[in-house]
Design a binder for this molecule. Structure first.
Ligand code: NAP
Length: 358
């Protein structure tokens, strides 16, 4: 099927964890989606039974009225009828809940860390590794279910993997050093206490560095015979929380299996279009990567909404004094790094015939 694909009618979908920061981003992105229709919203016992407008402390823009009137359901596959489920669940509950939904035959598009590194679970960024979706067949075969779990990556890993995919695919990364400046919305709502983060930098995000490092291998890996062949590289990441609302910025230095100059890196990034199946989906940005030669960019304030939050901006590509090159990448953590990434994954599944008919 091609990118011109149009379903005969929209698929009904449910949002789990619909009241949180990522859940609300799902609501905003899916409220007028051409292929999907929000049929149900679910969250914890704290929210269950309340109108969504009362349960969710709405963070940005105007809440879609029709969703505000919906009653929040429990996170229980027996109470949710939609066959496609977007999960923005807290990781403390996502493990059990997402498993239960997949066992009940639902297709779960998860933002949580719990299943990302399972060998039969795709960890997907459509432009980077669309072929990994084939792991669904192995998952269904081995787990004996008709449902599926498809994950998207940690928000920092998503930004870094998009920025680095052209270079990995063209030259092969040897060593990778990354230092993040991560927005507060990455910690959910209410997230980091204001007195901890205002006018401050916190050089620690619990569990973030190992997740970021491990996921980079899987994201940049190659699908082969029902598994992912990991790239042979060394990765080191340091993660920091900074007082920025949205947008994770990552300073990157890399060396490659062959000598790469900044001009070669710039040419590779400019020429890269990503997997053809990822183009022209409803949420595909005009460019997955926008390369800037302004030495003061990318900046979250100015660039975070590029491509409706789906474009990663890359700048300051230059020679490194230790490795080959260095550069800065920045992308929207709750859109490209979370809900928007899941929606794009669902669109790719639909356009490639993996959702069946609505
Ligand atoms: P959040 O604002 O804290 O929202 C968490 C959601 O989970 C809320 O809807 C909450 O419902 C629900 N929940 C909590 N405990 C529950 C339970 N026992 N049963 C059912 N629902 C429960 O967190 P977030 O930032 O949106 O993150 C959601 C997920 O996405 C997490 O796994 C996170 O790691 C991942 N993620 C976040 C980002 C980001 O940039 N924020 C990026 C990538 C991935 P109530 O409102 O009813 O409590």
């Amino acid at each position: 099927m091609t990118a011109q694909f149009k379903p005969a009618k929209r698929w009904p979908v449910a949002i789990l964890g619909a009241t949180g920061a990522v859940g609300q981003t799902f609501v905003r992105l899916l409220a007028n989606h051409p292929w999907f229709e929000i049929a149900e919203v679910a969250a914890s016992e704290r929210s269950e039974g309340k109108p969504y407008a009362e349960a969710a402390k709405w963070l940005e823009g105007t809440m879609p009225e029709a969703i505000g009137r919906m009653t929040v359901l429990p996170t229980d596959p027996a109470r949710v009828s939609a066959p496609i489920v977007f999960s923005a669940l807290d990781s403390s509950v996502a493990g059990t809940a997402e498993l239960a939904f997949a066992k009940a035959g639902k297709l779960v598009l998860s933002n949580a860390k719990n299943f990302r590194m399972e060998p039969d679970v795709p960890l997907v960024i459509p432009e980077v590794n669309a072929s990994h979706l084939q792991l669904i067949d192995k998952q269904r075969r081995e787990r004996g279910w008709t449902g599926a779990i498809v994950t998207n990556a940690n928000c920092a890993a998503t930004v870094a993997a998009l920025a680095l995919a052209p270079l990995e695919q063209e030259f092969g990364i040897d060593k990778l050093f990354m230092m993040t400046m991560q927005a507060v919305s990455g910690a959910g709502y209410p997230g980091v206490p204001s007195l901890d983060i205002l006018g401050n930098v916190i050089p620690y995000i619990a569990d973030e560095e190992p997740k970021f490092e491990k996921e980079m291998f899987k994201l940049l890996g190659r699908y082969e015979n029902d598994s992912i062949v990991l790239p042979s590289m060394k990765v080191s990441a340091q993660c920091n929380r900074v007082p920025v609302e949205h947008g994770h910025t990552i300073a990157i230095a890399a060396s490659f299996h062959t000598r790469v100059t900044p001009a070669m890196a710039i040419d590779a990034i400019r020429a890269w279009k990503g997997d053809p199946s990822s183009r022209s989906l409803p949420s595909s940005p005009p460019q997955a990567i926008s390369l800037t030669d302004d030495p003061s960019r990318p900046q979250p304030r100015r660039d975070v909404n590029a491509g409706n939050g789906m474009t990663v901006t890359v700048g300051r590509v230059r020679e490194d004094t230790i490795l080959d090159i260095r550069m800065v990448a920045m992308g929207h953590n709750t859109i490209r790094g979370a809900a928007g990434g899941s929606v794009l994954n669902a669109e790719l599944l639909a356009a490639t015939g993996r959702l069946g008919s609505a």
